[in-house]
Ligand binder design. Structure first.
Ligand code: ZN
Length: 486
């Protein structure tokens, strides 16, 4: 029943969107070139599959993505891009440029993995022996599709003698490292007209819901070591400092806006029960849809740490680890990308892939959507309550930005799960990635050939952002936290 209603809605909206598309002459004129581009990318399936699966196998953590970054850089160089590596003080960050003049189109490419999620490409939980990380967020597909789109746009520009500049941004450490924030702070996005990105997903849809602003920090307590039994009175426990702080922050939850998220892990709690710990560390995240609220709550968390130190006779200091803005959405660009995603369509499974998908869904332990949802495209819709955060947020407040997701994971699969890692290592993941590469390319064609689209997006961007906006990164002037995964 639900499916039927949804299908009707999709068809209705599709008709509406097609009607809008027909009104815009330039989009129609570009149809043959778009169709040819789809065919051309499709013909390179094996090339990009190989690259993506190589990065999937590397599974490198944030700021340590040497091999993954090098492979993407090499691919771009071989295809005529000029690559500047090690930008913004980050060894694995790069900007690959082709062309000159306006418009300047940026494409984001991520490639970091997550700790503790190593998993083979099979539909049962099977960690890879001796591997510490896995691509639970599909960033191996993310980086590869963005590179593929950059290369396709470049060849179209050459062939058709189109003006403009394509910049592919190699953006490390999205998972907690806020890599893009340093790149924005260093002015690497200055002069860019529009930025495109995408993200692996379990559905095909335009990103049209916000994200939470986020501040994270490690609080370090310093006490006095002593024999915990023979001379406890001489010691001051750094772990007491951490526990008191956590207690106060947990009390604070009742007195913050209800859409706030605060979470922590104790990353060092001492080494042995019979030694009063002279060092302990706790790692905090504070999130809210409004970054001003995040700033205020973060200061209250700092106060809690100071109170905890005072009461336990310890000392505390903290290091900001990450900080990201909420997402600034752009409806003009979202509508344009929707038409392209509709044209590309979803992901079709072979009978073997349907079997794989059924097995994955059976492991999820909740009611899952129909498998053929992977082959549908959702109409543009605003979903409330997106509780994730992304460093794309900072980009989106500096340049009009558009993003979308494609079904690289079996419908129902959550991100950051072993099931997502497994899907990402198969053709299910690769097919979703190719749909993303095509959608980025088609949207890039619109941006290169339809100046009024960029104009309209900028008018909307300026209006929503406000005249007085001044960019101040939440992580201040700290240097990139290159060792945050140590
Ligand atoms: Zn991600």
């Amino acid at each position: 029943m639900k499916f039927v209603t949804r299908s009707f809605l999709s068809i209705f909206l599709l008709i509406c969107f097609s009607a809008t598309a027909q009104k815009k002459k330039p989009a129609d004129a570009l149809l043959p070139v778009k169709q040819a581009a789809i065919q051309d990318i499709a013909s390179k399936y094996d090339v990009y599959k190989k690259i993506a699966l190589q990065i999937w196998g590397y599974a490198e953590l944030g700021y340590k993505e040497q091999k993954s970054s090098a492979l993407l850089q090499q691919t771009l160089k071989e295809n005529g891009f000029a690559v500047e590596a090690g930008v913004a003080g980050i060894p694995t960050a790069f900007v690959a440029t082709f062309g000159s003049g306006k418009p300047v189109i940026g494409i984001l490419a991520e490639f970091d993995a997550l700790p503790g999620l190593a998993q083979e490409a099979v539909p049962e939980h099977k960690p890879v022996e001796g591997q510490a990380a896995g691509h639970g967020c599909g960033h191996h597909l993310f980086g590869t599709a963005s590179v593929a789109a950059g290369i396709e746009l470049k060849s179209l520009m050459e062939k058709n003698k189109w003006q403009g500049t394509i910049k592919v941004y190699g953006t490390p450490a999205e998972e907690g490292g806020s890599g893009k924030v340093y790149m924005v702070r260093d002015g690497l996005f200055n002069g860019v007209d529009v930025v495109m990105h995408w993200h692996p997903n379990n559905v095909n849809e335009i990103e049209f819901s916000g994200a939470l602003a986020n501040s994270s920090a490690k609080f370090r307590f310093h006490g006095i070591a002593s024999h915990a039994s023979a001379a406890p009175e001489r010691g001051r426990s750094a772990l007491d400092g951490v526990e008191s702080m956590d207690y106060m922050v947990n009390m604070m939850r009742e007195h913050v806006p209800s859409d706030t998220r605060i979470h922590y892990v104790i990353t060092n709690g001492g080494k042995a029960p019979n030694v009063v710990p002279d060092f302990a560390e706790v790692y905090y995240y504070v999130r809210n849809p409004n970054r001003e609220v995040v700033k205020e709550i973060f200061q209250r968390v700092v106060k809690a740490s100071e109170g905890a130190a005072l009461g336990t006779g310890t000392k505390v200091d903290y290091e900001i680890i990450g900080g990201t803005y909420d997402l600034l959405l752009n409806k003009t660009l979202a509508e344009a990308a929707q038409l392209n995603l509709n044209m590309v369509g979803g992901v079709k499974y072979t009978p073997e892939e349907i079997e794989f998908a059924k097995k994955i869904q059976a492991t999820l332990g909740f009611k899952t959507p129909a498998i053929d949802e992977a082959d549908t495209v959702k109409p543009l819709h605003k979903t409330e309550g997106n509780m994730g955060s992304t460093d794309v947020g900072d980009v989106s407040w500096n340049v009009p930005t558009v993003g979308f997701g494609t079904a690289t994971w079996v419908p129902g699969t959550p991100a950051h799960s072993w099931q997502a890692v497994a899907c990402g290592g198969t053709d299910i993941g690769v097919k979703g990635m190719m749909a993303a590469a095509k959608t980025l390319t088609l949207t890039g064609i619109d941006l290169l050939r339809n100046p009024s689209l960029i104009e309209k997006a900028k008018v909307e961007f300026d209006a929503v952002r406000g005249k007085d906006f001044q960019y101040k990164p939440l992580l201040g002037d700290r240097k990139p936290a290159l060792n945050y995964r140590d």
